[in-house]
Ligand binder design. Structure first.
Ligand code: F6R
Ligand code: MG
Ligand code: MG
Length: 364
């Protein structure tokens, strides 16, 4: 029997600014998913939030991109939006870009990561969610977990992992994808994924047997809406253990608070800070960007967990370093590389400024 895990998320309003999902909205989502579970539409669920993003994790027996599952998530986001509007929460309905649901939430605003598999004798998975950044934020850690032996010794030690992994990379601007096999095509892979604003790791399979190991959400809200309406804060699902990267090999890359695009006004570079669910509340300069990691065992579709993986004190140093890096980056104020290059900024007043001053430029 194939089990599918669907993580569908949206920013449908928060408080006080773009900081935290209100508990009332989380309760609505829980109540609706509880009903869906009772009606056997899903097997199990877990609702959580990372910053201003409401995250719905659902397990079920339907395939990926199923209209019933996507419709369920869409209806929950619609109910939450209604409540958010009633409460006058900030940015109510922000990611709901279309009025009517047409079978699939893709391209409608919410972010989606879905994976289908036959459960192994034990099926540990990690659900990652980030706020104040974009889908390319997974490029560094996924590369390190699935292709870098300095991060993942299993690539050397496990004969199965020794055969490597294949990365599917999406070009989010031209909407096409390519598969690159590691270790053979590692340099070609890096040539693309080093530009995380455009090339995003979409899925990873094991070379030994084609087993699906990881999937990410690759929505670009700004490309859907044609203008900036919020960051595409991404989610990711990774299967773990037994000839796949173990929990430690999945979490290890986050001990280094690498720089990501996003932060305030989606227009800055800043460190990604690994935090517990409780601390997933970015308020300093609307950040720094946060990431949470929740471990579950999938048992006949039931979700045993979560284990809040970044709650571990061994990530304290990463958080301290992230704060130091945040201080350092902030000192650059409106200058690059803290401020993103012109074309990557999600808010820009440049066209208006150019227009206003166009006659004031003189020839030299
Ligand atoms: C970035 C983010 C925030 C907002 C900022 C301004 O992803 O969510 O930093 O960009 O708070 O928000 P508005 O334009 O809604 O006032
Ligand atoms: Mg928001
Ligand atoms: Mg967000």
């Amino acid at each position: 029997m194939k089990i599918t895990l669907s993580v569908i998320k949206a920013d449908i309003g928060s408080y006080v600014g773009h900081n935290k999902v209100h508990p009332e909205l989380i309760n609505i989502a829980k109540r609706e998913l509880e009903k869906a579970e009772k009606k056997n539409e899903i097997i199990d669920y877990f609702v959580f939030a990372c910053g201003d993003d409401l995250e719905l994790l659902m397990s079920h027996k339907k395939p990926v991109e199923n209209p019933k599952i996507h419709g369920l998530a869409w209806n929950i986001f619609t109910s939450c939006t209604k409540k958010a509007k009633e409460m006058k929460l900030y940015g109510a309905g922000q990611d709901m870009l279309k009025d009517t649901f047409s079978g699939n939430v893709k391209g409608m605003g919410p972010g989606v990561a879905e994976i289908s598999f036959e459960e192994r004798p034990s099926e540990p998975v990690v659900i990652l969610a980030a706020d104040k950044t974009s889908p390319g934020a997974w490029n560094i850690p996924l590369f390190r977990t699935f292709a870098d032996p300095f991060t993942n010794p299993g690539l050397i030690i496990s004969p199965v992992m020794n055969e490597g992994f294949t990365f599917e990379v999406q070009d989010v601007v031209e909407n096409k994808s390519i598969k690159l096999k590691c270790p053979d095509e590692m340099y070609e892979l890096l040539a693309f994924v080093g530009t995380p604003g455009r090339y995003v790791i979409k899925s990873i399979t094991r070379n030994h047997d084609g087993l699906i190991c990881a999937v990410t959400s690759t929505t670009r809200l700004s490309l859907i809406a044609g203008k900036y309406i919020g960051k595409d804060d991404p989610v990711c699902i990774v299967r773990a253990q037994h000839d796949l990267p173990d929990i430690g090999e999945i979490t290890e890359p986050y001990a280094f608070p690498y720089l990501v695009e996003g932060w305030n006004r989606g227009s800055h570079t800043g460190p990604l800070m690994p935090v517990s669910l409780e601390d997933a509340m970015p308020t300093r300069f609307d950040g720094p960007p946060r990431v949470v990691a929740l471990g579950f065992i999938v048992s006949n579709g039931n979700l045993i967990g979560p284990l809040d993986l970044f709650k571990d004190v061994s990530f304290d140093r990463a958080r301290e370093r992230a704060n130091e890096i945040a201080d350092y980056m902030r000192m650059h104020g409106p200058f690059q590389p803290h401020r993103l290059p012109e074309h990557d900024m999600e808010y820009t007043s440049m066209p208006q400024i150019m227009k206003k001053l166009k006659d004031r430029w003189g020839k030299i």
